[in-house]
Design a binder for this molecule. Structure first.
Ligand code: HEM
Length: 264
């Protein structure tokens, strides 16, 4: 959790000692998309997280306006003030989106990849023998068990798709993880193959809203696994996989905690 969170915090210009506050607000905020309807206080918690984070960023924006620094928040303030490229609310919302989108997802990517390697020790060994495969390995972690299950869309015009009728205004979830296991696109889709090429997964979405942070997420995963490979012979999940506590949501995919044993 701290790795992606501290990186995006530093890029935005959020002080390091805010880590656990950011995590708490993000956990509250994530209830908008990251928890099922059965969580009774989900909207109340989400609201709390949004307000706290928005207040914090509004204050930080004022500080940067008074005293610019070399961080993304300052660039956004300049875009606002010098080019009128966005409104004050949009500025704060953009900072919040980057902070929130920039760590929950990558945290879960790292966790899901550790689980995949635990279940496929031959692939961990393969990666140890050929560290040059790290780029294709990260693409395969993204495909095999990506941290974002779906994206949501609202139907603009009623139409038929795949034998189903979609009505204008309906909300639909596009299951990215299902597309990533499509046997028409991927040979043996249920197999983790760190050398897989081509690997045209859709884990970062597609089109106008394609993930802004894809290069950063890729770099973080590459860095994290390069370090793990250097330092440890083997990583083992220290709890039976069936007993892990999964996030119960349509969008986020990952476990709430992942105990691991690291062998030197
Ligand atoms: C493995 C990690 C990540 C995954 C799987 C992921 C996935 C996605 C997906 C699927 C979308 C498209 C949403 C849609 O179409 O409705 C998206 C958008 C976005 N992501 Fe990521 N993301 C990751 C990491 C990051 C990071 C590190 C950042 C940091 C800045 C980030 C920032 C954003 C932003 C700002 C958008 C909205 C883009 C827009 O609407 O134009 N993401 N991400």
């Amino acid at each position: 959790m701290p790795l992606p969170a501290l990186v995006i915090m530093k890029m935005l210009g959020v002080p390091r000692d805010m880590l656990f506050k950011m995590k708490e607000w993000s956990d509250d905020l994530i209830n908008f998309v990251g928890s099922p309807r059965t969580v009774e206080d989900k909207y109340e918690r989400a609201r709390r997280g949004v307000i706290a984070m928005a207040d914090f960023f509004s204050q930080l924006v004022a500080e940067r306006r008074a005293q610019p620094k070399n961080d993304i928040l300052t660039y956004l303030v300049e875009a606002r003030d010098e080019q009128s490229a966005l409104t004050d609310d949009e500025l704060v919302a953009a900072a919040m989106l980057m902070l929130f989108a920039g760590h929950e997802t990558t945290t879960n990517l790292l966790g899901n990849a550790v689980m995949a390697l635990h279940a496929n020790p031959d692939q961990w060994e393969h990666l140890r023998q050929s560290p040059g495969s790290i780029e294709s390995a990260v693409e395969e972690f993204l495909r095999f068990d990506g941290p974002v299950l779906s994206t949501a869309r609202v139907v603009a015009r009623s139409h038929e798709l795949g034998g189903h009728s979609l009505e204008e205004g309906q909300r639909m979830f596009v299951m990215l993880t299902a597309a990533n296991r499509d046997p028409k696109v991927f040979d043996e889709p249920d197999r983790l193959d760190i050398g897989r090429k081509p690997n045209r997964h859709v884990t970062f979405g597609k089109g106008a809203h394609f993930c802004l942070g894809a290069p950063l997420a890729r770099l973080e995963a590459k860095t994290a696994f390069n370090e793990l490979l250097k330092r440890f012979q083997r990583i083992e999940v220290a709890k039976p996989i069936e007993e892990l506590d999964w996030i119960d949501a349509m969008v986020m995919r990952g476990v709430r905690a992942l105990p691991v044993r690291l062998h030197r």
